[in-house]
Design a protein around this ligand. Structure first.
Ligand SMILES: [Zn+2]
Length: 233
């Protein structure tokens, strides 16, 4: 193999290593950023608070309703008890009974609404609890497959690194230095194949002397236009 061919192999291996590293980083980030369980737990907490509020609201209305009922019963008792005979007093009592009946009816309506509200809040809480259970199961499954992928990637990475060492071992260190510099300067593409007598990366047409030099078994040749190492294939 000529040096360009070795460098091309090295670049392919480095690209694979970089891809593995990127995927490993994404997986690690995905796992650590997974807030699904946390947000499902928060939803349960907030639904539970809503149930407590609805229970409190219902209790308050029930208490008020009870107060009015007691007043109504007492006014009724006085009205029909026969002890009050004064017409003005009787008229006041009648007005009082009528007004408390109205208030009681209004409270009973509110009580019904509060009971419906409580039922809805309890249903919402049950829904949130079911969602939390499903989320926990789903997260476990998702992470299991990500963990599996992670362990495969780690093995692949070890293999690629050992392949890299084998490639480098047979190469001239001068060429490796040039390659390393170009990789940094040229955004990961230091070696470019030749396709139809042109540089596959920048597209410039290569002269026959350059094409011939690119086939040298000892030296490397650069694309005159983009300055990358040419690989004749
Ligand atoms: Zn070029």
């Amino acid at each position: 193999m000529n040096p360009a061919s070795n460098l091309y192999q090295l670049q392919k291996t480095d690209t694979e290593i970089k891809k593995s590293d990127q995927r490993i980083a994404v997986i690690n980030k995905t796992i650590s950023n997974d807030k699904r369980i946390l947000s499902a737990q928060q939803a349960v907490k907030s639904a539970s608070q809503n149930v407590l509020k609805a229970q409190q609201a219902l209790r308050t209305i029930e208490e008020k309703s009870k107060e009015v009922r007691i007043k109504l019963e007492s006014s009724n008792a006085k009205l029909y008890g026969g002890r009050i005979t004064n017409p003005k007093e009787l008229q006041d009592l009648q007005l009082d009974v009528a007004s408390n009946k109205k208030r009681l009816a209004a409270f009973e309506d509110k009580q019904l609404q509060a009971m419906i509200g409580l039922e809805e809040a309890e249903e919402a809480k049950e829904g949130a609890e079911r969602h939390l259970e499903q989320t926990e199961a789903q997260t476990l499954t998702d992470h299991a497959s990500l963990q599996g992928e992670l362990s495969l990637l780690t093995k692949t990475r070890v293999r690629l690194l050992s392949e890299r060492n084998v490639i480098i071992g047979s190469m001239d260190s001068r060429h490796i230095d040039i390659y390393d510099q170009l990789i940094k300067k040229k955004h990961g593409t230091a070696v470019t194949p030749i396709e139809d007598n042109t540089c596959a990366t920048c597209g410039s047409t290569l002269r026959s002397a350059t094409l011939q030099a690119a086939r040298s078994p000892k030296e490397i040749t650069f694309c005159p236009s983009c300055k990358r190492i040419l690989f004749a294939g």
